[in-house]
Design a protein around this ligand. Sequence first.
Ligand code: DON
Length: 304
Amino acid sequence: MKRILDNIINDSRDSANTGKVADYIPELAKANPQALGICVTTLDGKEYYAGDYDTKFTIQSISKVITLMVAILENGAEYVFSKVGMEPTELAFNSITNLETSPQKRPLNPMINAGAIAVTSLLNGKTPEDKINTILNLTRKICENDSITINEEVYRSEKATGNRNRALAYYMKSNGIFDGDIEEILDVYFKACSMEVTCRDLARIGAMLANDGVLISGERIVSRDICRIIKTIMVTCGMYDASGKFAVHIGIPAKSGVGGGIMAAVPRRMGIGLVGPALDSKGNSSGGLKALELLSREFDLSIF
Ligand code: DON
């Protein structure tokens, strides 16, 4: 396995070189575009690594999976999906267009920025600190890693420049999609995106989903039904407007982030975490996608 992963990373480095590090959040532009790493966690707890697997990066949109999980645990799936849809979109992750054209003007799904901000507005907790602590603690628990923290520089950079997200939030508020203080909701969203992880942490999240809500330690975190909902939405919306091509070529429930991470869950087999900060035009890791494609082919991982 180790040798296969080494080869996969080496064979994916050229693809990483075709991508570009996200710079619309200024702090992300400091990432090393050449970094490329992978961790695979099998459901019996074995971990395999290759490449720059110890690179730290911010979880970014992969946090949308955790936030959705918290919102469903606190409010039930029916309520959450009365506020946000479950349909894919051919538009970019930060597009505003669908908020005007979609039925009921609600965000199309919880994986695009508008949808994740709407989901964040549903979280219980008296203060923004309570809400981010719930997300952070669940992430630590799933990753079995208490040292996960928020990267303050990335958080501040997002907060200072996140005007597209502000626009999405104000537009949704004007349409009555949610109530509440927008800066407080965005603060929780920006902090969740700024949690700093490694590909080992992402592999653990993937393994929990692959194992229908049960950690490697045997502890159940969420129900099988919540995992089913989340994995389905990862398939249809997790890689944004590249989700269809990804399903055809790779075929694994997955979620990407502009920090360069990809988290993937192969049902009943393994969790996979990848890092490669150089992104393609859709905001997905170029090298990570190539590595995942090679891994999927090597072990016949497509669920289809
Ligand atoms: O809100 C943003 O734009 C970022 N914090 C997260 C976007 C993201 O990760 C999209 N993923 N590919």
